[in-house]
Write a protein that binds this ligand. Sequence first.
Ligand SMILES: Cc1cc2nc3c(=O)[nH]c(=O)nc-3n(C[C@H](O)[C@H](O)[C@H](O)COP(=O)(O)OP(=O)(O)OC[C@H]3O[C@@H](n4cnc5c(N)ncnc54)[C@H](O)[C@@H]3O)c2cc1C
Length: 457
Amino acid sequence: MNKHDHLDGHLPADHPLSPHWQFANLPLISRSLTDYPVNDLWEMDFARLPAAIGKQRRRARQFAEQFMMPVAAEVDLAPHPPVGLCHPAAERILREAGRQGWLSYFMPKPLGSMPWGAAPYAPIYQCCVVVEEFSRACGGLMLLVSAHHLGAMPLVLSGNISTIFRHLLPVYRSCERGDPHLIAFAITEPGAGSDVEEGHGAETSRPGVVATPTEGGYLLNGRKCYISGGDLAKTATVFAALKGEGMESWTCFYVDCSAPGYRVTRTELKMGMRASGAAEIEFTNVFVPESRVIGGLRNGWALNRATLNASRIPVGAMAVGFARAATETAVEFARHYKLGGKALIHYQDVQLHLATMVAETRAMRSLVWQEARAGWQPRQLNTALCKFHATDRAQHVCEMAMDLLADHGGRHENKIEKIFRDVRLSRIFEGTNQINRLSMIEDWQTHLLDLNHPIGV
Ligand SMILES: Cc1cc2nc3c(=O)[nH]c(=O)nc-3n(C[C@H](O)[C@H](O)[C@H](O)COP(=O)(O)OP(=O)(O)OC[C@H]3O[C@@H](n4cnc5c(N)ncnc54)[C@H](O)[C@@H]3O)c2cc1C
């Protein structure tokens, strides 16, 4: 940059009253305390991350920019594919994601693909930096890849070494060979979405998928809906109640999607995240051997809640990616779009607008990283809060970008309208944001009701 250049309403960099460049003239010690490199904000945060997590972040960015970004619009606009088919570009991405380790990084090498340097940190921490990069590139492709980790989470959280070795490792090996084996996570039922994400609703909910004991295992019957990747998955972690019992009997079954009686009846044509199929699945006497009960009989409710606790922080990271994509798009627009003979960026009300968008995005990221760093034992109160706040604020940032681009924002090629459609869904899945607010209070109520307990927030 030429030091004489400046935005309207600001001093040029070489002006005696301008910050930063003037620091260079201070004495040595004072300079060491005041001067700073002119990094962009992403690089600034990169430098603050542990080296191994930062390295994964840079790799994820490269992957997203090289493979996801160039096809995001094409995949989004493609006609809704028939059940079981996925756009060829999305298929290529899945294969490459598998080869590069993006489908197996919840376990350290040699079990999974997580670099050893990242192993001391909660896997969610690494997941958050990766998910942000992917969702910045494309919400749908991000979900296509990320839903697999959601599906695998009950296997990991079962804490059973033999489950991990027998079920998860073959999946990881297959992905790394470039033959993606996706796992879907199936809790939602036509009559129970929020009800399986919040205790009060579950108490009265009638289970929609029921497991009947039979010789050597269980027969599953019923229907699940909105299951991300359920149309392409080879296996699924399916939550079902035991016959004649209520939601407290919920058990996690690791289901082979090619088993007789497993049928994907349709995928939804949804407003956003179109690269990822939301499948309705019908179970008709699907046999699941006893050995594929995950985490023990009647422990499904706990495993489901633990999975959601772990996954709601990465949903916050998705929101950061959307807000960042919207902000970056708005900044680019403001730098290039001319109004009254000068670029929009020179108008101070536009500068105020952009400053707020950047601050909102970085505030979300701070919240997400704070929770992700403590992600070994994610707690419902914190993760629900992180999810609803980040996704709500991300939509607000997208609206600000829309305001700035005005009619240009409604045009597909300017990206904002796609981000807008994608971000809206993140406020619905993993529990609507209303339910996440209730989940936060549910977890907090012991303190709220104890009048002798001082409340700190
Ligand atoms: C893109 C996408 C991907 C998804 N992926 C998956 C997946 O991979 N696996 C999976 O299992 N599910 C998945 N889902 C389902 C998702 O988790 C549910 O849609 C979500 O939890 C909301 O449930 P519901 O749609 O059944 O709404 P409902 O539970 O029917 O809620 C309807 C309305 O009632 C409100 N409400 C409900 N209970 C209460 C209450 N007690 N007090 C006040 N208000 C209440 C809700 O906030 C909402 O406004 C996905 C959904 C989408 C959109």
